[in-house]
Each structure stands twice: as C-alpha cells, then as structure tokens.
Design a protein around this ligand. Structure first.
Ligand code: GCB
Length: 591
C-alpha cells in the first residue's frame, strides 16, 4: 500500500479530515452584496506570458512606455459565463485567460469585505488592486477571500487568472465526456459583512426523526461569544442559543408543528437567524430521508425515484447556464417527463438548481467530478476531491431537495481506488449524516448476466450503477436476454441507461442513431428493469443532448452526445414519451 493511503486512512481514523474547514458565507445571495457581474476585459494567454505582470493592470503612462498588454483596450466577456461560448477563438481553448474588472466601493470602518466567486473553472488566482487575494482549485464550487485590507476608497480593480487546462492529477482528470467550459462561470460578489457575522449554519431535521431539528450556527468575527436567535415564525419556533468562544453553537429544536417537504407539496419555511449585528433569512424545507432494507423512505414513506440525468449546460447557448431562468427551463423539462428526481451529473451544478428544486418539488442527487480513472495514488488528487465534496456539502446542506451526495461516477475497482473512495464516503457521512451517500458504480457482464459486485457498494447507503444494455452491449432487441445479480440488500438506483438518437432521424429499430433505435432501448429497458428486486429509482442518460469533444461522428453527432431525450433545439424524441409513460405508471404505484 502506498504511503499516502496509510496517511489518509490514519487521518480519517483520527478525525483530522473532520477539521478540513470550508470557509464560505452561507446563503450569499441574501447578504449585503455588491454584484460584480457584467462585462470584464479579457486577454487570452496560451504561453502564460502574463504571470509576472498582468495582475498589476498597468496603463501606458508616456508615449515611450513599453506595455505588451492593455486590459482597458481588450475586448470583453460576460461574467458569469464560460468563455467557450462567447468567442469563436475560445470554443476549444484550454489554458489561461486573464480577466479584469473595475468597480467602485466605499469601504466602511468596522466592516469585513469578502470577494465571493460562485465558480471558476478550473484554477483561479485572484488579485485586487495588484495584490494577491488568493487562489482556488476546482471548477464548480464557490470560494471567497477576505479582501478588507486590499480595497481602496473609490475605484478598484480585480484581476483573475483562470486556467482550465486538463491535468492528470486534477478532479476531473484529463478524460471526461463533456465540454471543458472555462472561465468565470458563476456570479461574482463583493460581500460587506458586519464585524461579527453569521458565516455558516445548518438547519435540518435529523435523519429519521421528524420532530427534531438539528444543526449549528457558526459566527466569525471579533466579538465572540454571542447570543443568537433562530426563528421559524410560521412554525412558532423562536430559540435562543449562545456560541462558544469560537463562534460555534449547536441547534436542537423539538417541534411537532412542521409540514414536511415532499415533491408533491414542497413546503418551505422562512428561517431567520439573528446575532447582535447580523441577520440572515433562508427558505428551508424539512424532510427526512433514510433507507430501510431495500426501501428509500422520505418522511417515513417509501418512494420510487422517477429520475433523469442532467448536465449543467443550456443547449441553446450552448454553454453553462448564466441565470435562474435557464436553470428553470431544464428543470421544467424534467417535470414534463413526470420526474420527481434529477441526477445532477457529474459535478456540482449552478446553485440556482438546488434552490429551484426546493421550490419546484424535485429531489436531487448531487455529485463531485471523481469520474472514470483519476489519479488514485496521488495524495493531492485525494485532497482536491475531498475539498470539492466539502465545498458542495457546505453550499447545499440546507436544501431539502438534495437527498443523495454522490462521491463519483464509473470508477474502475482497484485497491488504490477502493481506499480513495472509501475515505471519500466516510468524509461525506461525517460531514452530513442527514442524507444518503452513493456513487454510480460499474458492473460486468458474463453470459448475459450483469453482475454488480463492486466492494464500494458496501460503504454506500444506496447502490447505484450504470448499464448500457442495447447500446454499448448488444442491440435493443437483445435487452430482454439479460438478467442482474446484485446482492447488497440495499435500495438500488440505475444511474445511467439509454442510447443515442439524432432528433428527426427516423428509421427502423435496428438503425443506430434513429429515434426508433433509442425508443426500442427505452421500451425494452423498462420491461427488463421492472424485474430488479430492490429497484427504487432510475436516472436514464440524459435529459438533453449535450456538447462533447468525444462525439465526432459528423452525420449524427457533430460534437454532441445524442443520448438526450430532448435535442439541443428543444425537440422531444420518441423515447421521451416511453419514459414518461413508465413514470406515470410508477407514480400510481408509489402515490
Ligand atoms: C457514461 C458516462 C457518461 C457518458 C455516457 C455516454 O457511462 O457516465 O458521462 O456521457 O456514459 O454517453 O457514453
């Protein structure tokens, strides 16, 4: 066993990873923020020429000054937004792009200022007025820097070096089946916080106790300890707690006044937290999720997850969604399919999606990009995977919609991978014991039997796997010949199945990429999987066609993965209706 494996197993035993702190302000949108979104100047820098100078954002002072860059004269990109969809030169670009943006602020004495990024893919180095504010790795989760001491009164500038180059040791690694959208893909805010502020909180029901709200509040700042009130006025809850010297306080509230959050009635409560200087209001739903034998119980009642997979891509741009209405469009398509569940593959999505899912009544599977064969033996790869998981859980831990944390997708079982993934599963359980932990596993096929015996299944609350019978193995008409062996005694979710079709291309059910071929896969899959004992949900691959550099067939794909039930122009394929009628049937079985 490699040294680092021993190290992180020991660290986990000692609980050291428990202290892997993620400092992000909870519920940033509802804080006192200055929105820095808009047009930012940019410079494409494939050779990293700007490393020692661009952060200074120099201007030419005299006519003889030599300056080989000039942000003020450079063109602009919209923030938030990936760069690939905004400039033809950047469609396939992987490397460094420098961003620059001017803003005005009048810092007030006693306040603390944070520069907050919702997501920058993949590495970001951030400078304010020529001084380094900090660095971040990981393309999908939020991060912030305390910039109080870097701000000037009046005009300020921020420079961001963003780099999306794929690397073996990154998470995801070099090989993945989606577009490597680069840049500042999420909102950017300057948050003004009081000298002691509510930094973080978790307010959720305990795993199987419908009457017990559990969690914590974390204050940061100068005047600690402090008294805090937590109020849920509609449920007649007003609780007073006092933090310790580090600003931390546990929340324990017993109540029988709550209406529980369900997909059918996604009830959200205003929750108001107040300390001596700060107040934050959130909308939180209360529900329990647990497993019992092979059942998944939501508020104690067995559910069947009528799901679909989704990438975080608006097909009409095409690119990363930039606002709430684009996210709503995607979630509404899932609703039309009669889904009550979405797998947000394969990385953390735009935060708006979990907020929308809370209010639209959709349960979610959220995932980190531990995808295919990453660099299992590299300790810094483990650290970045774990950090992304911590950041995702830190961001979305108050969302009732999120019921599953997924620690990865299709990771081939080896000894090194086993240690890595087990540590990640422990980490997810340790950070949040109110949700289920899973991963999309791989099976193997022998004599028409699909075996699932990945040892990682033992660590997971729900056993999930991907299978492409009828597409990567055999043809649609062969599907009925297969059977499954899965022996964990846990609930099972099929996290991927399906096949590709070019919308509008019609032929017989044996013609690859025809809508009829895809339809036959869905018809036969639905019949086959009904026989799986313990099947408690499916999330076929995928709601909408998505861009992928790995899909190069010029006739049918043209750099689009065509396994969507809806095309990139919004056209529903025949298979959409097959899955919808299966879901209508399952809804009746699990009312
Ligand atoms: C998979 C992957 C998914 C791919 C899909 C495909 O198993 O999990 O990311 O896009 O197959 O289309 O092959």
């Amino acid at each position: 066993m490699k040294k680092y494996l021993v190290f992180f197993v020991v660290c986990n035993l000692l609980g050291l990873y428990a202290s892997a702190q993620v400092d992000i302000i909870q519920n940033i949108d509802s804080r006192n923020i200055q929105n820095l979104d808009g047009q930012w100047h940019y410079i494409i820098d494939p050779y990293e020429t700007g490393n020692n100078s661009f952060y200074q954002n120099k201007e030419q002072k005299s006519k003889s000054d030599l300056l080989e860059y000039d942000f003020a004269k450079s063109t602009m990109l919209n923030v938030p937004g990936d760069w690939n969809s905004q400039d033809d030169k950047l469609l396939y670009y992987e490397g460094t792009v420098w961003y620059e943006h001017d803003f005005n602020v009048t810092p007030r004495p006693g306040k603390i200022y944070f520069l907050y990024f919702k997501s920058v893919n993949y590495e970001a180095a951030v400078y304010i007025n020529g001084q380094k504010a900090g660095e971040h790795k990981g393309g999908f989760t939020p991060f912030q820097f305390d910039v109080t001491s870097l701000l000037h009164n009046g005009s300020n500038f921020v420079v961001v070096k963003a780099n999306n180059r794929r690397k073996k040791e990154n998470v995801p690694t070099e090989n993945f089946d989606w577009w490597n959208y680069g840049g500042i893909t999420g909102d950017v805010f300057l948050a003004e916080m009081p000298s002691t502020f509510i930094s973080d909180y978790k307010i959720q029901l305990t795993r199987s106790d419908y009457r017990h709200i559990n969690g914590f509040v974390q204050l940061k700042g100068r005047q600690l300890p402090q008294k805090i009130t937590v109020a849920i006025p509609e449920a007649n809850i007003h609780t007073m707690i006092t933090t310790n010297d580090s600003g931390y306080a546990d929340i324990n509230i017993t109540t029988n006044k709550l209406h529980y959050w369900t997909p059918e009635n996604p009830k959200l409560y205003n929750v108001i937290i107040t300390d001596e200087e700060d107040t934050v209001t959130d909308k939180i739903g209360f529900r329990t999720v647990e497993t019992k034998g092979q059942d998944i119980l939501l508020n104690g009642k067995p559910v069947f997850l009528r799901g679909i997979c989704m990438h975080d891509e608006d097909p009409f741009i095409p690119g990363r969604p930039r606002n709430v209405s684009e996210c709503r469009m995607m979630l509404s398509w899932a609703k039309e399919l009669n889904c009550n569940f979405i797998r947000l593959a394969h990385y953390p999505h735009n935060e708006a999606e979990s907020r929308l899912a809370d209010s639209m009544g959709i349960m979610l599977w959220e995932e980190v990009p531990v995808y295919w064969s990453i660099d299992w033996e590299n300790s810094s790869t483990y650290d970045i995977a774990q950090h992304q998981l911590s950041e995702l859980i830190a961001r979305d831990k108050n969302r009732a919609s999120v019921i599953v944390w997924s620690i990865g997708n299709e990771t081939p079982a080896t000894e090194a991978r086993e240690k890595f993934m087990e540590a990640l599963a422990d980490h997810a359980h340790m950070l949040d014991d109110t949700r289920l932990v899973s991963a999309a596993l791989l099976g193997h096929i022998n004599n028409n039997v699909f075996h699932l015996d990945d040892p990682l299944g033992k660590k997971l609350d729900v056993v999930s796997f991907n299978e492409y019978l009828g597409w990567y193995s055999g043809l649609p008409q062969d599907i009925s010949k297969y059977s499954f062996t899965i022996d964990y005694g846990k609930p099972i979710i099929i996290t991927e199945t399906g096949g590709g079709a070019l919308a509008g291309f019609h032929a017989d059910a044996e013609t690859r990429f025809s809508e009829e071929f895809q339809e036959a896969i869905y018809k036969n899959q639905v019949k086959l999987i009904k026989g799986i004992d313990g099947l408690r949900g499916i999330t076929p691959w995928i709601l909408v066609d998505f861009q992928s550099p790995k899909r190069m067939n010029p006739t049918y794909q043209d750099y689009w993965n065509r396994k969507g039930l809806i095309s990139e122009t919004g056209q529903k394929k025949k298979a959409f209706y097959v899955l919808k009628s299966f879901y209508d049937e399952m809804e009746k079985k699990y009312p």
